[in-house]
Design a protein around this ligand. Sequence first.
Ligand SMILES: [Zn+2]
Length: 355
Amino acid sequence: MNLSLHCHPERGEGSAFSSSSQLKKQIPRAKNALGMTATLCVAAACLLVGAQHAAPLPPQPQTATYKPEWCKDLPRPEYKTLQRVLPEEPWFEVYKVAPGVFAIYEPHQSEEVISYLIVGTKQGLLFDTGMGIANIKSVVSRLTSRPVVVLNSHTHNDHVGDNWRFQFVYGMDTVFTRANAKGSHEDAQAEITPEQICGELPKTFNAKTYATKPWRISLFVHDGFKVNLGGRTLEILSVPGHTPDAIALIDRANGLLFTGDTYYPAPIWLYRPETNLDQYVASVKRLAALAPQVKTVLGAHNIPVASSDVLPKLLDAIEAVRAGKGEVKSEGAGKAMHTLDGFKFLLAEPKKGID
Ligand SMILES: [Zn+2]
């Protein structure tokens, strides 16, 4: 695993908000890193550094038949019971998960990110815009003819990739959000190494120019802000922790809670410099308290539907992990996977002293 850390310059040292994507992208949400082959470097410089470390290079994953490890878990069985729509769509898989609610899933990239379109009688809200690898706006326009506003669960690159295509984008009023709205090249590029791709990239996709394009925030919003879609109201719950601008969305009348990256059924990434663990625990506490009012929890990676009893369990698990319980496995690169009661949290390892 360490080989690939030298493949790209570690970026983001100059900004608190753009941490090293290479550190991040080693571990698909699907699995922990163990058992994965190292990410292959494509630049000549990478091979040189690899040679210095005398690590064996992994098999060249450049053929059409190459499948990264995480890809072998797909399709996930949970999708069998969901209602698929727009089945001809090549990059996205779209599922109707509740009346007027569509999960727009990207299974061909290791984030397996899920964006949600929530439709009311007057307008729709798109909760995240995915990777920006294929055009999510064209999918949305086939799902609803109503005007659509974008709101992000948080502004990590895998959730904002197509923000630029939309005229109306709400943003949390945070420094982190404003910084990310300027776009970035490195985070996006780190998402498309051969280890990150399962199957075919879209024909129109240009790997060389792929970047998170900047977007314009049309309205700053805050905790408690309500969006009336017509016959359906969504309320923003500020749940900082994973990032400073992390939010959940609640549709109280329908018992739906969209949790973004605060909860999804895979290792939850809590190691980046913009993560604040104390805030994360407080935010999980807030969501767990809502569990009695919630029927369905909709997270932002891997699988779209969970029962609300996962929230108090998540709270117990993260509190226990912070109290030193659970199994801990180093993943290298300053990260460790903490496993407890079926939950996995990828945390930063405490920094070691010189001796
Ligand atoms: Zn994230």
